[in-house]
Design a protein around this ligand. Structure first.
Ligand code: ATP
Length: 758
């Protein structure tokens, strides 16, 4: 049951205002424009009304206290509805249920359930359980009393469905249909996805087969390649070894031969001094000749000097002989005359004697001794020369003897050297023969080395290429064990032929592998696997979707059945009650609701648009087509889909039909229907805003009676100016509005209310 309403900042209720509904009937009274209808709208607002227009506004902002000259505007409007839940009106385990809505100036709304922020949907669900529909069939706004009469048949049907609490099935049906359509869309999407990826999978399958083939080939190639590389390695190693083995001694031999050759050369070079020696020999010969001549000359000179000495000796002997015969010597007269002249000059005798003595002496020595001395002197010097010459001769003799022994020696050495150079020449000849043989062999080995190293280069390059082509599959081939590895090929040529054969085979395989698209295998296989998995996933999803479509179809079918049955039953009950209220109001007459079949709608399968333009089914090929509804006769669903007509006939009047009713009659009819509907499926509370405005006193009384009986099933909040209506209320609230434009509430007594209402 409704406990209280709290309004703050909503419309004219600037300040927090509370209404307590302690009575089954509460009346709200007050002068025009004081804010009574704003209270009814506060209810609508709190219950989640989405049409601002139905709350007399254009935007959410219009619902917020807009301010007056005295009081500034609010930033938010806030309305709280409090329900007593002790009788489990709501299926929530709370004694009290508080529904709250807030609107901000930016138009944003918040909904709270017992203080927790919730979604609008949650509020709707909660309320519909308690038969408080969002369509507001239990809130009749001012001037809306005959809304149910003026509505078209479809709207009317909706109102009645809502009032009967069938809206929940409609929601569920609509939701299920939406879900079904969505599911169908999804099915189509998944099917189209599958169709889309099918060619790709087909393509990938081919690719994958190719990859598998490539993989086989790769394995084969790897094996072949490894074996080839291993064999090449072994062959190259063995070739290198045998070349080395053969080369080493040859190099050693050549070294020896070179040494020997050097030695022989040295000998030859040494023998080249032979010419030098011959020259020396010649020189010595010349020297000997010279020395001999020298010796001869010396002898000749000695002879000459000996001659001279002999001559001198003979002269000396002659002089000495002559000297011995000097007493007979003759002195020229002239000299004696000169002596007499000189002595005659001298007076002293002594002088004369001395003179004569000197005279004699001068003649004696003057003649012999002088000459003799000279000769002796000459001879002495000749002898001296002779001795010197003889000395020289001796020396010459010595030198001659030396020279001749030297000559002999040179001659002998020349003879000897002539022999050894002949020997060396012979040796050299022999060595150079051997050398050229060895060098030839070495050249051949060199060629071999070049051949093998070119094989090795190829081999190394092939390892790299293999790595690029086969990746790690090529690694470690060195450790492979292969039969007949050590088998030595007959010749390099035969090996070369076999090798070329293998290389051609390898090349063929490589090309084939490249054609099969060597490297992308892993990705392709992964993509293929992924695609298949995805397709399987889609297939599974498709199954799930089809299953859920099936269960949705089933649900829709069930809901339609339920709606149909309950709607028909509800209409029957309403008609009973409607008739009673109507005849009570008019003192007789007839009134009833009639189900109108949709003219266009025949069978559900053919349903596209109903006559009011509502799109029920848009897709003929949809799953709904497959709905099997054999139990429904042609047109049965039309009732559910069609509308509600009202037929009335007043007592004692011939006129029939709603159009013929007067304003008061219209008001009475709609109140009767409203009450009938409410009585069949009573909502927890009903708000009636001046529904009684058009009633005269007599009818006001009847209206009051109906209110009293209705209040037994629903709590009533009545906005009214009607005295009679006020008199039926347990609690009366008076609404006033001061100069500040703010609505205020006060609980008042009946007499006050009558006064206020005026
Ligand atoms: P009547 O008896 O004539 O039907 P009432 O008592 O039902 O009148 P309401 O229609 O509820 O009166 O109140 C209308 C009053 O509320 C007007 O004076 C209007 O200016 C005021 N009002 C409406 N919206 C706002 C708002 N956002 N801010 C302030 N005042 C507002």
């Amino acid at each position: 049951m409704l406990k209280s309403l709290e309004i703050a900042g909503f419309k004219s209720f600037a300040k927090k205002t509370e209404l307590h509904f302690k009575s089954r009937v509460t009346a709200i009274v007050g002068p025009n424009g004081s804010g009574k209808s704003n209270v009814a709208e506060a209810f609508r607002f709190a219950l989640g009304e989405q049409s601002i227009k139905s709350m007399r506004g254009k935007r959410g902002e219009d619902l917020i206290w807009n301010g007056s000259t005295e009081i500034g505007r609010s930033n938010r409007a806030n309305v709280k509805l409090v329900f007593d839940n002790s009788k489990n009106l709501f299926s929530l385990d709370f004694e009290e249920i508080v529904i709250e809505r807030v609107v901000n100036r930016d138009g944003g709304n918040e909904y709270y359930l017992n203080g927790s922020l919730v979604r609008l949907k949650d509020i709707f669900e909660l309320l519909s359980q308690a038969h408080i529909g969002a369509s507001g069939h239990h809130i009749i706004s001012q001037g809306e009393a005959d809304r149910i009469l003026s509505a078209n048949i479809k709207e009317r049907k909706e109102m009645i469905e809502d009032a009967l609490g069938l809206k929940i099935y409609q929601y569920k049906r609509e939701e299920s249909e939406r879900k079904l359509l969505k599911t169908e869309e999804n099915i189509k999407q998944v099917e189209s996805l599958r169709r889309e990826i099918a060619p790709h999978i087909k393509f990938l399958k081919k690719q994958a087969e190719k990859v598998e083939k490539a993989e086989e080939l790769r394995v084969k190639l790897s094996k072949f390649y490894r074996e080839y590389l291993k064999r090449e390695q072994v062959y190259i190693e063995s070739q290198n070894n045998s070349i080395k083995k053969e080369k080493e001694p040859i190099v050693g031999q050549l070294k020896d031969l070179n040494k020997k050759m050097e030695e022989a050369k040295e000998i030859l070079i040494a023998s080249e001094s032979k010419d030098q020696k011959s020259e020396e020999l010649l020189n010595t010969e010349n020297e000997i000749k010279k020395e001999r001549e020298n010796k001869d000359n010396l002898y000749r000179e000695v002879g000459k000097i000996e001659g001279e000495i002999n001559v001198n000796k003979r002269n000396i002997e002659k002089i000495e002989t002559d000297q011995r015969s000097e007493e007979n010597k003759t002195i020229p007269l002239k000299e004696v005359e000169e002596l007499e002249k000189e002595v005659s000059t001298y007076l002293e005798i002594t002088k004369i004697i001395e003179k004569i003595r000197n005279f004699i002496i001068s003649h004696r020595s003057k003649l012999d001794n002088k000459h003799l001395d000279r000769l002796n002197e000459e001879n002495d010097s000749l002898i001296k020369i002779k001795v010197e010459l003889e000395d020289k001769i001796m020396k010459v003799e010595e030198s001659l003897s030396e020279l001749s022994s030297k000559y002999q020696k040179i001659k002998e050495s020349i003879e000897k050297e002539k022999d050894s150079s002949r020997e060396a020449e012979k040796t050299m000849f022999k060595i150079s023969g051997e050398q050229s043989n060895l060098r030839n062999r070495l050249n051949i080995l060199e060629m071999e080395t070049r051949r093998v190293s070119s094989l090795e280069e190829d081999w190394k390059r092939e390892i790299k290429e293999g790595g690029v082509l086969l990746g790690t599959a090529i690694l470690g081939f060195e450790n492979d064990e292969i039969p007949n590895l050590e088998e030595v090929p007959a010749s390099a040529e035969s090996y070369g032929v076999a090798r070329e054969e293998k290389r051609r085979e390898l090349e063929k395989m490589k090309i084939r592998l490249e054609e099969l698209g060597g490297g992308e295998g892993v990705e392709v296989m992964k993509e293929y696997k992924d695609s298949i998995e995805r397709d399987e996933f889609l297939l599974k999803e498709l199954e799930d979707l089809k299953n859920s479509a099936k269960s949705l179809e089933q649900l829709i079918k069930e809901l339609l059945l339920k709606l149909d049955v309950e709607f028909k039953q509800g209409i029957e009950k309403i008609n009973k009650s409607f008739h009673e209220f109507f005849s009570l109001m008019f003192g007789g007459g007839e009134a009833k609701l009639e189900i109108v079949k949709s003219k266009k709608v025949r069978k559900y399968e053919n349903l596209e648009m109903d006559e009011d333009g509502e799109s029920i089914r848009t897709n003929k090929s949809s799953m709904l087509d497959a709905l099997d509804l054999p139990s429904f006769e042609d047109g049965d669903f039309g009732e559910a889909m069609g509308g509600i007509d009202i037929s009335v006939s007043l007592p004692r009047k011939r006129t029939k039909g709603l159009e013929m009713l007067s304003g008061g009659e219209r008001a009475l009819t709609s109140i009767a229907l409203l009450f009938a509907v409410s009585a069949v499926n009573p909502p927890p509370f009903i708000i009636l805003d001046e529904t009684d405005a058009a009633l005269d006193e007599a009818n006001s009384k009847k209206y009051g009676d109906m209110i009293e009986s209705l209040s037994k099933v629903s709590q009533l909040i009545l906005i009214t100016h009607n005295r009679e209506t006020m008199s039926r209320a347990g609690v009366i609230y008076g609404v006033t509005m001061g100069r500040d434009g703010v609505s205020r509430l006060l609980s008042i007594a009946f007499d006050e209310a009558v006064a206020v209402a005026k």
